[in-house]
Structure formats: structure tokens, C-alpha cells
Design a protein around this ligand. Structure first.
Ligand SMILES: NC(=O)c1ccc[n+]([C@@H]2O[C@H](COP(=O)([O-])OP(=O)(O)OC[C@H]3O[C@@H](n4cnc5c(N)ncnc54)[C@H](O)[C@@H]3O)[C@@H](O)[C@H]2O)c1
Length: 371
């Protein structure tokens, strides 16, 4: 693991998720640039002192030389390090599971795609919402054509935790997210807009071909966007709306997606993530529940315990790690349902296109194929 020091958000989630099914074990890490904090994380997680490295480069030099060396690197640092750590790990012969966004900018994402291709290793991107059972069921329903042709998709990702300039008061997680050198050209759009965009394409089944973006830095003093509103057009003719906001005061982690087809629509809401509501034009509404026998195989296998027993964020994350472990063990060249470098490229193209178009007031712009 690179990153994930004491007090960090997502590193500990990766550790729990990766280890949940007994397929992956944390054996080495460069958890923090601070020696004391690095050692503290290693002790807490039972990583041997001689496999706790002060710098990720030392780790990538030492681990491949061991007979029991690490095979998979989890990249859980702030955004500006995703590319250099992921590329170095792939070149050192490790598979990579990186957190999003894939890179700092689109140029890096293109370079990363080249490194992935030439490495012969697998690259996964933890767009965790794709790991929820009922998101996978929603995707299946759309793919089966139950709703008929998709006409409209609405996704909203609302958070309120950046409603005040807490980055100016020393909040660590807000601090790097508000700094273009560490976050990239996008603020909210890179941080959570990429999740919403990935979810729209994962569930909706069609690519976004054009967008009309209005991004704002609402909180005074902020350089990067904290509120994003946009219209979307999809291949196949569907239209959509994407909202991502970190100044929606009072909102916690409100991710909602609605997909409307000719015959009905479905709604998934992160705050009731074990349910999927399907509304029919000519029939009563259905509420499907995670863990139920009537779900598709992909959704059923994404639950570990019987219906009605709460699972959540860590288990969804664990589904990505379990699928990734399956792909590695089987020697596959694709990551299956786990987002990969192609999705990383799409995400970075989305961020750069929307930020540039909004700044220049361009209105509708095409979202080019990134690869
Ligand atoms: N998939 C998700 O749902 C999700 C959720 C939250 C964050 N994230 C992503 O995860 C990444 C980390 O976010 P976070 O909220 O955990 O940030 P954080 O600030 O809480 O943690 C970052 C960690 O990286 C460490 N770090 C920084 N530079 C390092 C280096 N050179 N070597 C080793 N460690 C280093 C820091 O010490 C810290 O422990 C971001 O890219 C973010 O976008 C994803």
C-alpha cells in the first residue's frame, strides 16, 4: 500500500476491503512520508518493520527481489501521486489497484494507459459504487432491455462537507482537495464528479458523447470548483443531467441515479443502497432487495450475507478487490466489472473537458474518446 497513514480516509478502507475475503493480505507499505506515522500504521496493521518503507520507490525496488514479494499495489495517496506510483508499480511488475481519479490530468492518463498495456499487468480503479449489489442489478436491468430504450439519466452526487472553507483551517482532507497541484484541474468534479460520471456510464450502458457544463467555486477564496451542474447527451440519443456538489449544505454522501426508459424507470440511492426501485408505466412499482434469490447472478454474488443483513461501503469496495483477485489468479487480461484504465481515461477526459468548457463558457462540447 502506498498512502493510508494514520487518520487518512480511504487507505484503511482499502485494507479492510482487500482482506475481507482472505484473497489478499497487506504485507508491505509506504503509508506516510512521516517516519513515525509510517511506523504507526505498520504496527497497527501487522506489517513487518523490514517491509515498512520510508518511500514507495524503496518498496518497489525491494519487494520484487523477495521470493514472497508483494504482487499488487494499492495506491491511496492524494491525486497528484496516482500516476507516478501506479506507473512505477506496473513497471516493477506489480498489478495496481488505484483510487480515483486515475491521474492528475488527461495527459498522464494517456501515458498510464500505455504503461498498463506494455506491462502485462492489471490495473483497477476503485469507483466503489460499481461494487454495490443493487448498482450491479440496475446495470443488468438496463442491459437486458427491461426498461426499453433508455431516454433519460439523472445522477446527483451531493455532499455538504466543503460548505465552509475548512481547507483554510488545516483540515487535511480538504487541504489537498482544494490545491490544484495535488488535486488537479478539477475540485469537486475530480473528487466526486468522476464517480457520478463513471456510474452513469456503468449503469446507463451508453457513453456520454457531449456535455454542457457550469462549474463554480462557490465558497470565497476557493480556486477549484466545489459545485458542478451539467447536461449530458449519450450515444444512442438519451439525454441526462449530472450534478456533483460539495457545498450542498447538510448533504452527507447523497449519490442518486435515475434511469428512465420507454417502459419504466429505476432509482438507486446510496442512502438506501440495498434497495432498487423500479417504476413501471403500466404496472405497480417494484422494490428489489440486495441478497434476494430473484436477482441476477452478478448482483447475487455481490452480497455475502442473507438479505436484510446490512452490508455497505466496505463490502462494495471488497467486491472490487475480490473480482480483481479473480482476474489476477485466472491470468485474465481484463478486469471484468472492475473499472480499469479505460474508465480512468474517460474520467480524466470528462474532468478536463468540463472544466475547460465551463471556464470558457463554450456551452455544448463533445466529449472525445479518450483512448
Ligand atoms: N473511492 C472512493 O470512494 C474514495 C473516497 C475517498 C477518497 N478517495 C481517493 O483516495 C485518495 C486519498 O484520499 P483520502 O481522503 O484518503 O486522503 P487523506 O489525506 O486522508 O490520505 C492520504 C494519505 O496519503 C499519504 N501520503 C501522501 N503522500 C505520500 C507519499 N509520498 N508516500 C506515502 N504516503 C503518502 C498521507 O500521509 C495520507 O496518509 C484520493 O485520491 C481520493 O480521491 C476515494
Amino acid at each position: 500500500m502506498v498512502g493510508g497513514g494514520p487518520g487518512s480516509f480511504i487507505g484503511p478502507v482499502h485494507r479492510m476491503a482487500a482482506e475481507l475475503d482472505g484473497r489478499i493480505r497487506l504485507v508491505a507499505g509506504a503509508f506516510s512520508r512521516d517516519g513515525g506515522r509510517n511506523a504507526q500504521a505498520a504496527r497497527a496493521w501487522g506489517v513487518a518493520a523490514d517491509r515498512t518503507y520510508g518511500d514507495y520507490r524503496q518498496m518497489l525496488a525491494a519487494e520484487p527481489a523477495r521470493t514472497d514479494g508483494a504482487e499488487l499495489a494499492a495506491v491511496v495517496t492524494p491525486n497528484h501521486l496516482h500516476f507516478e506510483v501506479s506507473a512505477a508499480a506496473l513497471k516493477a511488475g506489480l498489478h495496481v489497484m488505484s483510487d480515483k481519479p486515475a491521474t492528475l490530468d488527461l495527459a498522464e492518463a494517456r501515458e498510464l494507459a500505455g504503461v498498463v498495456a506494455s506491462s502485462g499487468r492489471l490495473y483497477g480503479l476503485t469507483h466503489v459504487y460499481t461494487g454495490y449489489p443493487m448498482v450491479r442489478e440496475a446495470r443488468e436491468i438496463v442491459r437486458r432491455g427491461d426498461l426499453g430504450a433508455v431516454r433519460k439519466i439523472v445522477v446527483e452526487y451531493a455532499q455538504g462537507w466543503l460548505s465552509r472553507p475548512i481547507e483554510q483551517d488545516g483540515d487535511r482532507q480538504a487541504g489537498w482537495r482544494a490545491d490544484p497541484a495535488q488535486a488537479g484541474v478539477g475540485g469537486c468534479i475530480g473528487d466526486i464528479g468522476t464517480h457520478a460520471f463513471n456510474l452513469v456510464e456503468f449503469v446507463g450502458g451508453a457513453r456520454v458523447t457531449a456535455l454542457c457544463a457550469d462549474l463554480a467555486a462557490v465558497v470565497p477564496g476557493r480556486v477549484l470548483d466545489d459545485d458542478c451542474n451539467m447536461l449530458l447527451r449519450f450515444a444512442g440519443g438519451a439525454r441526462g443531467v449530472l450534478i456533483a456538489s460539495q457545498i450542498s449544505a447538510g448533504a452527507r454522501n447523497g449519490l442518486n441515479i435515475k434511469v428512465y426508459g420507454e417502459k419504466g424507470g429505476l432509482t438507486w440511492s446510496h442512502e438506501r443502497h440495498s434497495e432498487l426501485v423500479v417504476d413501471w408505466l403500466d404496472a405497480p412499482t417494484q422494490v428489489l432487495h440486495a441478497g434476494s434469490a430473484y436477482l441476477s447472478a452478478t448482483a447475487r454474488t455481490a452480497s455475502r450475507i442473507p438479505t436484510g443483513h446490512p452490508e455497505g461501503f466496505i463490502e462494495a469496495f471488497a467486491n472490487l478487490y475480490r473480482d480483481f483477485a479473480d482476474a489476477i489468479v485466472a491470468g485474465r487480461s481484463d478486469t471484468g466489472l472492475v473499472p480499469g484504465v479505460a474508465e480512468g481515461l474517460r474520467g480524466m477526459a470528462f474532468v478536463e473537458t468540463a472544466v475547460a468548457a465551463s471556464r470558457a463558457g463554450l456551452g455544448w462540447v463533445p466529449l472525445e474518446e479518450a483512448a
